[in-house]
Write a protein that binds this ligand. Structure first.
Ligand code: M5T
Ligand code: MG
Length: 576
């Protein structure tokens, strides 16, 4: 409820209108059995046509009035539900953008997909139902009970007696249902995750002829989802008939004792009919209530999942920027001092005791076996993750003192796996810096050695890329990502193994181009060729810095480095 209310607040007027119209409908409904009693006792039994016409007319008029109120209530309720769901989706999406990256990583993508779409739809449905009928049902039950008591207290007693039992049963259903439906939603996350993985990995699945295996995996998850849903639904399916049984028993009692007191001239027929009528309405309300409760428990589970996303801190590590200008204009040297790091979800140290420096405008190549911690090291600079110990300085300033967005704007980061978006090549490049001119775009593309490739495409810079740039080669995607980073004119350029798919000639052209851009560059690579050209080389092994120095120095000093370079040379000779 605490999550829900702020979102409903902007719609409180519409919601109030809907609720008051609902009350109108309710009053009309409650008056009906009374009028019926009047019609029976005052007109039909006395065979008074005038009175019959009068009461009949009142009833028809009221029915039409109630209908109109219900209709308008529907409009308002739909309005509130739609607007509210729209706002809530926006808030969740906004939170995805602002929460700390490590928090974001803690949710699985498929779960977030469900939370932003299916879950919100469930809540939206319930808000609509809530304004339409959910509040009305308990009121109708209570109102009918009171009315029945005023009509004939003795007969109505049979209705009152069963109430506590019904309330307990419904309460139990709600609590148990909540737990069951949360499990259902978790299964749905899993199902969505599997579908997503398959859609992304279809190329591999075909090439490995793993379609049947994937079908089996899907069948298992799908079956699991079905079983969980059935179990959850069974609970409410069992509640409804039980409630109806109890209610019908009290209807029978009213009929039995009602007819006896009518024959004994203690009660009028109309009163018995009225009490019966209230009893039937109450029965209907209970049946309805237990059905909406299903929808409500699903929504409650969904809401708790939305709340989890909204509860994530919205300030990445707190915006504690004292160095407003970020990296000073004339120096972007990088300094790591005794840095240790590990991922939030595990104790294991990924980096330990890392100390090195890279001078302003120079290029450092980071080498090391796979899993050595190269990517992790780069991610610390734009503060995608925080170091556990030690400090990272850029231009002499501790990066924790720089406002996050300022810091990140001065960094060009090319991830190990290139990510492009649906849209034209130009859009994708401008994504790096929106206000760049076309000349700057072309300049960046030339520097990244991708300009000529782009010009060969039918639409050149206007060529349309599919989602994730699926219609480009791996090397083309890498160079586009580099161009996008260069367009930012960053002070610090971080390249994570993004020359892996380039041939030797293109790579050396690219590296030569990078020298001219004047930014401090950290380049992760597996190739000794790049190391030869770098100002300094960092050799990582198992999260520790094994050695740092120029290519020549390391060749003389480090046996591991010699081994890497020699094995590469042997390989080249082998291919020649
Ligand atoms: C270093 C672990 C990984 C490895 C170590 C990205 C990532 C890594 N790890 C996590 O636990 N969670 C993560 O999100 O950290 O990994 P790395 O820094 O990615 O290594 P690398 O870049 O040197 O390797 P490679 O293969 O890219 O050359 O133990 O399990
Ligand atoms: Mg890596």
């Amino acid at each position: 409820m605490r999550t829900l209310l702020p979102f409903l607040k902007p719609y409180r007027i519409s919601a109030a209108v809907a609720l008051s119209l609902m009350l109108v409908e309710l009053v009309v409904e409650l008056c009906f059995p009374l009028l019926m009693a009047k019609l029976i006792d005052g007109a039909i039994l006395r065979q008074d046509v005038g009175a019959a016409l009068k009461w009949g007319g009142v009833m028809i008029g009221l029915a039409l009035f109630g209908f109109a109120a219900g209709l308008v209530n529907s409009f308002y309720a739909a309005d509130v539900a739609q607007g509210f769901a729209h706002d809530m989706r926006r808030a969740l999406f906004g939170k995805l953008q602002s929460m700390a990256f490590s928090d974001f990583r803690a949710f699985s993508p498929s779960s977030l997909m469900t939370r932003l779409t299916g879950d919100i739809n469930q809540i939206q449905n319930s808000v609509f139902l809530g304004l339409r009928v959910f509040v009305r049902a308990p009121l109708l039950i209570a109102g009918s009970m009171i009315m029945a008591l005023t009509v004939d207290a003795r007969l109505a007693l049979y209705l009152v007696v069963v109430t506590p039992i019904l309330v307990v049963v419904l309460g139990y259903t709600i609590r148990k249902g909540f737990r069951l439906f949360r499990l259902v939603q978790e299964r749905l996350d899993k199902l969505n995750g599997l579908v997503r993985e398959n859609l992304i990995g279809m190329r591999l699945i075909r090439a490995y002829v793993r379609g049947d295996h994937e079908k089996n995996r899907f069948a298992e998850t799908n079956g699991d989802y079905m079983r969980r849903s059935t179990a959850a639904l069974r609970l409410s399916e069992m509640t409804v008939p039980g409630l109806l049984l109890l209610m019908n028993a009290s209807v029978l009692l009213i009929l039995w004792f009602g007819s006896r007191s009518v024959t004994a001239y203690e009660t009028e027929v109309g009163d018995v009919v009225a009490v019966l009528n209230y009893a039937i309405r109450i029965t209907g309300a209970y049946a309805y209530l237990s059905m909406i409760i299903t929808s409500l428990t699903i929504a409650r589970a969904a809401l708790s999942r939305s709340a989890e996303v909204l509860a994530a801190g919205s300030n990445e590590f707190g915006a504690n920027g004292t160095a407003a200008d970020g990296i000073p204009p004339d120096r972007a040297d990088v300094l790591f001092e005794g840095v240790a790091f590990g991922y939030p979800d595990s104790e294991a140290a990924v980096l330990d005791g890392i100390t090195f420096s890279v001078n302003d405008g120079e290029t450092a190549v980071i080498m090391g076996a796979t899993g050595a911690g190269k990517t992790s090291l780069l991610q610390l600079l734009p503060r995608l993750y925080e170091a556990r110990r030690g400090t990272v300085r850029v231009g002499g300033t501790d990066i924790r003192d720089i406002e996050l967005s300022v810091l990140r704007r001065q960094i060009g980061y090319v991830a190990q796996e290139s990510t492009l978006f649906a849209g034209t090549i130009r859009d994708n490049l401008l994504w790096g810096r929106e206000d760049a001119s076309m000349e700057e775009v072309v300049e960046a593309a030339k520097l990244a050695q991708i300009h000529e490739t782009i010009m060969q495409l039918p639409d050149a810079y206007e060529a349309v890329l599919e989602q994730k740039g699926a219609n480009l080669s791996g090397g083309q995607r890498q160079r586009l990502s580099i161009a996008r980073a260069l367009l930012r004119k960053p002070k610090l350029l971080l390249l994570d193994d993004c020359t892996s798919a380039l041939d030797a000639r293109t790579e050396s052209l690219l590296l030569a181009g990078l020298k001219t851009c004047g930014c401090t560059t950290l380049l992760v690579t597996q190739k000794a060729q790049a190391a030869r050209w770098a100002d300094t080389v960092l050799l990582l092994a198992d999260g520790k810095l094994l050695a740092q120095g120029k290519h020549g120095e390391l060749l003389a000093r480090s046996e591991t480095y010699r081994f890497i370079v020699e094995s590469e040379r042997e390989e080249a000779a082998h291919h020649a």
